[in-house]
Design a protein. Structure first.
Length: 200
């Protein structure tokens, strides 16, 4: 009787050990996959979405906005004179500026909005359910927050912003192009300002 009980207990112990090992392997695989996904879609410096994830996410938001009949707008934000920051204070300080601007952008938008580091010192924010007028308010809030932040380099950091609301029938490239032209106008008008693109 005692030996039979021992055998039964040993079998149950082996079974639970096997189950535990299976769960451990599954969790390890899950965490590795999640980390790989993060490496693919997240910019390591700013912790924003990267350019690689931009196209699919924005196209999906545009499709949802068309389906639901609500607007969607984008902001293209560029740090003014960023090359001078790198040249004067070095790339480590430049990276700190990028990281802090990214944090400011993230702090000034809603949870359902998407912020991307599009490349270099340029960021894009996607605002679902937001028309161009409200998008301008968001952009101005970001611009002012950056202007009021101390970056520890003895000079002000500012940003310029181009804003465009999606027009039905236009491509993603056309939407970006309109926002980019508005950004160009903001920079040519003295920087540290936001400009709304003309409707398509």
């Amino acid at each position: 009787m005692f030996s039979a009980l021992n055998i039964l207990t040993t079998r149950w112990a082996a079974f639970f050990l096997w189950c535990g090992w299976g769960v451990c392997v599954y969790l390890c695989r899950f965490l590795i996959t999640k980390n790989l996904e993060k490496d693919v879609f997240i910019d390591k410096l700013t912790l924003l979405y990267n350019r690689h994830s931009f196209q699919n996410e924005v196209k999906r938001r545009i499709w949802i906005s068309r389906k639901d009949g609500v607007p969607v707008s984008i902001l293209i934000i560029d740090i003014d004179f960023f090359k001078k920051v790198n040249d004067t204070f070095g790339h480590i300080k430049g990276d700190e500026v990028l990281s802090k601007v990214a944090h400011i952008i993230k702090s000034q938008i809603r949870g359902k909005d998407l912020a991307f580091r599009f490349g270099g010192e340029e960021f894009i924010v996607v605002l679902p359910g937001v028309g161009k007028d409200e998008a301008l308010t968001v952009a101005e809030r970001i611009r002012k927050a950056v202007e009021d932040t101390e970056f520890g380099i003895g000079k002000k950091i500012t940003v310029s912003c181009g804003i465009a609301e999606y027009s039905p029938g236009e491509t993603l490239e056309q939407l970006i192009d309109r926002a980019d032209k508005a950004l160009y106008e903001a920079k040519n008008s003295g920087r540290n300002r936001c400009v709304v693109a003309e409707d398509n």
